[in-house]
Design a protein around this ligand. Structure first.
Ligand SMILES: Nc1ncnc2c1ncn2[C@@H]1O[C@H](COP(=O)(O)OP(=O)(O)OP(=O)(O)O)[C@@H](O)[C@H]1O
Length: 256
């Protein structure tokens, strides 16, 4: 649980006169689920994209499992993203013209898996996340929660060691959001992989093993006095399908 899989050192990123990341240091261990909260514009998405090698920092470095991500060229970074990382975003990255199974299988086929194998693996994973019978539906024929579960399957079907999620439950009602979070945690930290997610929702953050707060491009362990950063309730242990449980959200024990 203590093996660092992703670390950032002195990350800085400016957009014009604005500072999106200001000298950020962060270590994330394999198997952790880390929630990033903070006010709008505080730098959460910039941090997520910089950790994932989508955005290049102006200064500082990101290291993934011994690889200096910031030193890779775009082709190498894109290969790393395809093979080691998965992504779940609020609006989804799903292709509406394709069916659920085609969306998932595509991720495998891009990594060289033959179509027949890709579809067989995808069908297994879709069933695992409660989507059996929906394989042939196009994305528009699924509910928001079902579509997000397809996005989760697609993000981790390639064996992603880290899944980055930006507001994965942002468009969902609270009941569906809780179900999608269960699926996301079971498919990532529940399998020993890592989840880094951005959320405005304290109940979503409370399901993760650690919550970080961003203020003006800086990370802290405590929320600002801002309505977006209301402390989450102490987390309940989350059961996985294999009967184990996730850690509680530890930041809140005994904190004001
Ligand atoms: N591509 C860009 N061009 C210019 N400015 C940007 C760009 N991306 C982000 N910014 C600015 O950087 C700052 C941090 O943005 P970021 O999207 O990381 O914040 P956030 O905390 O994720 O916000 P939100 O919760 O609203 O999504 C903001 O001031 C934003 O306007």
């Amino acid at each position: 649980m203590n093996t660092t899989i992703l670390s950032a050192r002195s990350l800085s990123k400016r957009y014009g006169d604005g500072i999106a990341l200001n000298n950020v240091d962060l270590d994330i261990a394999a198997g952790e689920s880390v929630a990033i909260m903070g006010a709008s514009g505080s730098g959460k998405t910039t941090l997520l994209h910089t950790l994932a090698g989508i955005t290049s920092p102006d200064a500082g470095s990101v290291n993934y499992a011994g690889t200096e991500v910031s030193a890779l060229n775009e082709t190498q970074r894109s290969k790393l993203r395809r093979e080691a990382f998965g992504f779940v975003f609020q609006a989804g990255l799903l292709i509406p013209e394709l069916t659920a199974i085609e969306n998932v299988a595509l991720a495998l086929m891009l990594n060289g898996v033959p179509r027949r194998d890709a579809e067989a693996q995808s069908a297994g994973w879709l069933a695992h996340l409660g989507l059996a019978g929906m394989e042939a539906r196009r994305i528009g024929e699924l509910s928001g929660g079902q579509a997000q579960r397809v996005a989760i399957v697609r993000a981790q079907v390639t064996g992603a060691r880290i899944v980055f999620a930006d507001e994965p439950t942002g468009a969902l009602d609270s009941h569906t959001s809780a179900n999608v979070m269960s699926a996301l945690l079971a498919a990532t930290a529940g399998r020993g992989n890592t989840l880094v997610l951005v959320t405005h929702d304290p109940t979503v953050a409370a399901r993760c093993s650690r919550t970080l707060y961003m203020h003006d491009g800086v990370i802290s362990l405590a929320p600002a006095a801002h309505p977006d950063a209301t402390p989450p309730p102490v987390a309940h242990p989350v059961s996985t399908q294999d009967g184990s449980t996730f850690m509680q959200n530890q930041n809140w024990a005994g904190q004001p």
